[in-house]
Ligand binder design. Structure first.
Ligand SMILES: Cc1ncc(C[n+]2csc(CCOP(=O)(O)OP(=O)(O)O)c2C)c(N)n1
Ligand SMILES: [Mg+2]
Length: 803
């Protein structure tokens, strides 16, 4: 680079650093004056991020946290106006593309899908996976984003496949992680660091070490008070792969640039994970708008933060060139750049604010005219007129205030028989429904590939149908999938070499290789993270969680990250990850869990399939692989060695989501269950038949979505009685189903008997067959519960068993 080009580059970097800083300073003011609700800014981290962004290429991905505004600006994915639009929560995705106002400011992302939910060409843009707030929560996904490069580089069928060229160029993409020094205390950080070290994936992990996590200093966070010291055992050696560790300083522009150049080259070319410990970083304005750092930082520390402020040091460094006889800029010129930055930020902020307030003005005007019509007719015109005057004067209305006023007036005029009452009611209802898109859309995919659009295709059977163990059916279905879809990968504990603890992947690693079917460490959270990251890069991962009980280690990241990907980006990103596990029915406190209520209530946004046998499970996998949404499939643990008819159309038969199956018709009572307990219900129903009770037996098949056509309520119209059985705790998934059936489906309307549920005891199930019998619903319990309900309805036909 010649000196002129060098000079130009330095000044452009100085300008960006100043603009980003001014945005932080003004951002804080916007919160303190009440125009924005909360602010958390990237001041103090500008220089390191500018150095990092120089190495960021098209196709690369970021997985970071709320301090990264300068990276986003430097890669051209965040303008100052967008930054303020985010602070104000502007809901127009074109104006606020990070989250359409759904996330608080400081949470960044790029639009990786087009308006139809189809993948854009990610190789033509710099990508940022959408941030989440839980500290360290960016880490598991980062592992997968980096691993995708490895898969693309090593998997010939993908490398040369034109369909995947929008995701990769031979696996040369780097995944950039960022984290604060204190958040490295989180478990997912350590798990992710270890996983990426084992996997040897191109991840460049930066730690912005500003010495504090809110008020708690690094010495109380990290062994030896230094993350690079603590991780030094990860350093690779000539004979053992590991990490390359770099240490640099947040104010040292030249060293930062050099460090990132080396770090990223290693990761990109050799797929070596790298840690960049950026020390001596500061926070000029403290942690966030919620407090002031003078409360916990010593005067010496505060003074150091001023002296070693990165922009201040950058300025000194630029000016030092003058003494060497090759001036880059005079102090005056730098001051001019800074003043221009301040002005640009101020005017961009003003534009963002007026666009934000303008977006409400039409609604305000509409409400004024509706209220005027009401005032013209109402006996309470005087009061309403006053409200109208206040409303007209409001310069910066928000939707909540408009609706609160409108609804107050509607209640005021509730007894008046005037036509404008209807107009006001309509306005309110259309405001509420019209805001669905702003605040509640995209919990699930709204693309043509929504799982709800996949039609059901029945399994086909040969004339001389064979009976096989359930696990064989799963295995053969996987075999067909892996043969036809090079982007599908299955991984988890014991999933590779031995083909899963239940042998449903037996022999598949041998056939398809270690990239497609692989063993992982025992680390459920990052197994999910691998899946999220790879799914965000066009692969179709199936993440195995060995047993349902162990899903608890994964549930945080499923809930915070996977379940919210579509929602928090308003359809700008997706992660169609399938999580496969198996559950219920083992015996013992930690091997028999069925915490379905917890699951369905914590992962809205992810479909939850609870098949009763393995043909059904395979059908769900086939459906989900045609869709672009995340899902959890819980195979029934009592089904691997149970014989099922062997289908012949593997890979293509499907199961519709949200459609229960009436497995046996009946007229006396509707019995609803799923998964493993469904199989007990089937046995119970046969015995009840012999006792003269005709049970309509329904398998719900998916808990999320739940019976979208209200088949269960229709069944109640016939039987007038409802019993729900599962092996969750009381009021767990049975409580969820009761609400769906009685309230949402209005099933209460059809009932002649009190609705009943049968679930496990509230304690964890005790070990052994007797422990199981006394902890969980048994076939006897199901029979007797149904019988008792019939006895209550008709004691003479069904005399009490115990009286
Ligand atoms: C799981 C979780 N715990 C606590 C918090 C609250 N919290 C937000 S930021 C923060 C400190 C993070 O410090 P650090 O990682 O050093 O980043 P910095 O803000 O200093 O850049 C805490 C405790 C959170 N967001 N998530
Ligand atoms: Mg910190």
């Amino acid at each position: 680079m010649d000196f002129e080009a060098f000079k130009k580059q330095i000044l452009a970097d100085y300008q960006l650093a100043c603009e980003s800083r001014e945005a932080s300073l003004l951002g804080r003011k916007e919160v303190l004056t009440g125009k924005a609700k909360f602010g958390i800014f990237g001041d103090g981290k500008e220089l390191a991020q500018i150095a990092l962004a120089k190495q960021f290429q098209n196709g690369d991905f970021r997985s970071g946290y709320y301090r990264d505004q300068t990276i986003m600006m430097a890669i051209g994915e965040l303008t100052i106006e967008q930054y303020f639009a985010g602070l104000y929560a502007h809901t127009d995705v074109d104006i606020e593309p990070q989250s359409a106002g759904r996330q608080m400011g400081g949470h960044y992302s790029t639009r990786n899908l087009d308006a139809d939910g189809e993948w854009k060409n990610l190789m033509l843009q710099k990508n940022s996976s959408a941030d989440i707030s839980p500290t360290g929560g960016q880490m598991p996904r980062l592992v997968g984003l980096a691993q995708a490069s490895k898969v693309y580089r090593q998997q010939e069928a993908l490398k040369s496949n034109p369909a995947f060229q929008k995701f990769t160029n031979g696996g040369n993409e780097v995944a950039f992680g960022t984290i604060g020094d204190a958040s490295t205390s989180e478990g997912p950080f350590w798990e992710s660091i270890n996983a990426a070290g084992v996997l040897q994936v191109p991840m460049v992990m930066s730690v912005w070490d500003d010495g504090y996590g809110i008020s708690v200093p690094r010495e109380l966070q990290t062994t030896k008070g230094s993350i690079s010291d603590a991780l030094s055992g990860m350093q690779r050696t000539t004979d053992k792969p590991g990490y390359e560790i770099f240490i640099t300083k947040g104010w040292d522009y030249a060293h930062l640039c050099e460090t990132y150049e080396k770090a990223v080259k290693l990761a990109r070319e050799e797929h070596i994970p790298v840690l960049v410990h950026v020390k001596e970083v500061n926070q000029p304005q403290g942690h966030s708008t919620s407090g002031s750092h003078e409360r916990y930082k010593s005067p010496e520390r505060l003074e150091w933060e001023t002296t070693f402020d990165c922009i201040h040091k950058f300025k000194e460094w630029i000016l030092s060139f003058e003494a060497k006889g090759m001036a880059i800029a005079s102090e005056e010129e730098l001051n001019t750049i800074q003043a221009a930055a301040k002005e640009l930020v101020r005017s961009s902020k003003n534009t963002a604010w007026s666009r934000f307030t303008d977006s409400m003005k039409q609604d305000q005007a509409d409400l004024v005219s509706v209220l005027k019509a009401v005032a013209a007719e109402s006996t309470q015109s005087v009061f309403i007129q006053k409200d109208i005057e206040t409303l007209e004067k409001e310069k910066e209305p928000i939707r909540r205030d408009l609706l609160t006023l409108a609804r107050k007036v509607l209640r005021q005029i509730r007894e008046e028989n005037i036509s404008s009452k209807k107009t006001l009611g309509n306005w309110i209802q259309s405001m509420i429904s019209g805001n669905f898109d702003r605040y509640s859309s995209h919990l699930h995919s709204q693309s043509a590939h929504s799982a709800m659009n996949v039609p059901a295709v029945a399994p086909k059977y040969a004339d001389d149908v064979q009976m096989e163990d359930g696990r064989i059916i799963l295995r053969e279905n996987y075999r067909t999938i892996l043969e036809n879809r090079p982007e599908v990968l299955v991984f988890g504990e014991d999933a590779g070499k031995i083909g899963g603890v239940n042998q449903s992947l037996e022999g598949l690693q041998e056939q398809f290789g270690e990239i497609r079917v692989s063993d992982t460490g025992i680390r459920e959270c990052t197994i999910i993270g691998q899946g999220i990251g790879m799914a965000m890069r066009g692969l179709r991962p199936i993440a195995e969680i060995q047993y349902l009980d162990y899903l608890l280690y994964a549930i945080q990241i499923m809930s915070d990250d996977l379940a919210t990907v579509q929602y928090r980006t308003k359809g700008g990103q997706k992660a169609p990850l399938i999580v496969s596990t198996r559950g219920h029915r083992l015996e013992g406190i930690w091997h028999s869990g069925s915490p379905m209520g917890m699951i369905v209530n914590s992962i809205r946004g992810i479909h939850v399939c609870v098949p009763r046998n393995m043909t059904k499970a395979a059908g769900f996998y086939n459906t989900l692989l045609q869709a672009d949404e995340p899902a959890l499939v819980i195979e029934p643990l009592n089904g691997y060695r149970t014989k099922e008819r062997m289908p012949i159309n593997f890979g293509s038969f499907t199961e519709a989501l949200g459609m229960p199956e009436i497995v046996k018709e009946g007229k006396d009572i509707t019995l609803v269950s799923y998964g493993s307990t469904f199989n007990l219900c089937e046995v119970a129903v046969q015995q009840l038949e012999n006792m003269g009770i005709s049970v309509e037996l329904i398998d719900v098949q998916t808990l999320l979505p739940f019976d979208i056509e209200h088949m269960i309520s229709d069944s109640l119209a016939k039987t007038n009685r409802l019993l729900i059985v599962d092996e969750d705790v009381s009021s767990g998934a049975t409580g969820f189903m009761l609400d769906k059936i009685l309230v949402e489906q209005k099933g209460y309307y059809h009932l002649d008997s009190a609705p009943e549920t049968l679930s496990s005891k509230d304690h964890r199930p005790a070990y052994g067959s007797d422990g199981d019998y006394f902890s969980k619903p048994s076939i006897d319990d199901i029979i007797e519960k149904v019988y008792a309900m019939m006895h209550e309805a008709d004691p003479s036909s069904y005399p009490s068993l115990y009286a």
